[in-house]
Design a binder for this molecule. Structure first.
Ligand SMILES: Nc1nc2c(ncn2[C@@H]2O[C@H](COP(=O)(O)OP(=O)(O)OP(=O)(O)O)[C@@H](O)[C@H]2O)c(=O)[nH]1
Ligand SMILES: [Zn+2]
Length: 372
């Protein structure tokens, strides 16, 4: 990494680097993107390849005070080469989007708790693909699962896109299924794909244009790895068959969690993202049910519970067939769950956490503190 600045910037653009990020980079630091994190260090990709970068004292201190300041896959960082040739990760650039797990808990002494709370699973994800198979065992696509994952996707700040995978398994019924799925995802693009024949894969690739970064959410067996391999044009991910076939554990292959694709764009795949379940849906739920929110605005009573009140526009829409009744049930259910989570992780504290992230970030960028 000798002359990073000139050769660097164009070599960095496949990683998603752009002018607005460049404007945030403190002078004298080398831009690099976090591809994987280990204890105390990150594997980073830069214009000159990959390197291990140990966290600076500032980064360690900030992370000890608040786990949100811990580098995570997808982060952009400013790194520095130390005289002995090692690299140090000096600062993180502001995150544009983030998948946060666990929300924020309170310690008995009243502060924000720091242990595995508010952990950031991935940063700077532009597109969130929600993968749901057309046919899973004997059932068709699970609309409630799509709604749940969409709420997460919205909450992260990335653009949600629904992919109905394994479209080859359903044949005739596909058009009908796609119409049903569309009712569960208002305002969201929905596409059928088949990673085996390649149908729809180019449409998926289109969302990555301009070197965007994506994650694929979906249940086990939804076809996430198969899709990523189809996008990459090579086997970058182990699929279920491969894993079953050679009998090796998944841990035998150490892979980077930020995967640049040959045709452009990047995919983030981490165990944390794979396990992502019912976390932090928060305001995302409102986005998923924007159709019902609109209708509710037209109910006669402002506090209508859409149950049996007179002048309820939601019930009217169910009666005239424009709103599937399943949607209202699903909305009620997810709202209850979101409220339950909010009672545990307090939305106000979450906002506070976001603000504190900004302060931490400024703090980390103060020059001359504890240089080794
Ligand atoms: N018929 C059909 N099968 C598919 C398609 N895509 C994937 N599969 C199969 O579905 C199974 C699961 O695919 P994976 O890609 O491993 O699923 P995954 O979502 O990565 O699963 P986890 O790693 O457990 O999260 C494999 O046997 C694939 O061959 C498709 O488009 N059509
Ligand atoms: Zn109503």
């Amino acid at each position: 990494m000798s002359s990073p600045v000139i050769s660097g910037l164009s070599a960095l653009s496949p990683l998603g680097w752009d002018d607005s990020l460049a404007a945030e980079l403190p002078a004298g630091l080398i831009p690099a993107r976090v591809a994987r994190v280990d204890r105390g260090a990150a594997e980073v990709l830069s214009a000159d390849g990959h390197a291990q970068a140990h966290y600076s004292a500032q980064v360690r201190r900030a992370a000890a005070a608040d786990p949100v300041a811990l580098p995570c896959v997808g982060d952009w960082a400013g790194i520095r080469r130390l005289p002995e040739g090692r690299f140090e990760l000096e600062t993180l650039l502001p995150r544009r989007t983030a998948f946060v797990r666990g929300g924020v808990g309170r310690l008995s002494r009243g502060g924000l708790s720091g242990d595995s709370q508010g952990q950031v699973l991935a940063a700077n994800v532009d597109v969130v693909f929600v993968a749901e198979p057309a046919l899973h065992a004997t059932d068709t696509a699970d609309l409630s699962r799509i709604e749940r994952l969409l709420a997460l996707a919205w909450e992260s700040g990335g653009l949600p896109v629904v992919l109905i995978t394994k479209s080859d398994l359903i044949g005739e019924g596909l058009d009908y299924l796609m119409e049903e799925v569309a009712t569960a995802a208002p305002g969201v693009d929905v596409h059928p794909i088949c990673s085996l024949t390649g149908e729809g894969v180019e449409i998926v690739r289109g969302y990555l244009e301009g070197t965007r970064t994506a994650v694929v959410l979906g249940a086990s067996g939804a076809g996430k790895s198969t899709l990523v391999n189809a996008l990459a044009g090579t086997a970058v991910m182990e699929t279920q068959q491969v894993r079953a076939g050679d009998g090796r554990g998944r841990h035998t292959t150490v892979h980077r969690e930020l995967i640049p694709l040959q045709g452009g764009g990047l995919i983030i795949d981490t165990p944390g993202i794979r396990r992502v379940g019912l976390y932090d849906m928060g305001e995302g739920v409102d986005m998923v049910f924007s159709d019902i929110e609109d209708l509710a605005g037209r109910c006669r009573f402002a506090d209508c519970r859409h149950d049996s009140e007179p002048g309820c526009a939601v019930i009217a829409a169910i009666e005239d067939g424009t709103l599937p009744e399943r949607r209202l049930e699903s909305w009620n259910k997810l709202q209850r769950e979101a409220a339950w989570m909010a009672s545990r992780s307090d939305a106000r504290l979450r906002k506070e956490l976001q603000n504190r992230w900004k302060i931490i970030h400024k703090e980390m960028r103060k020059p001359g503190r504890n240089r080794p």
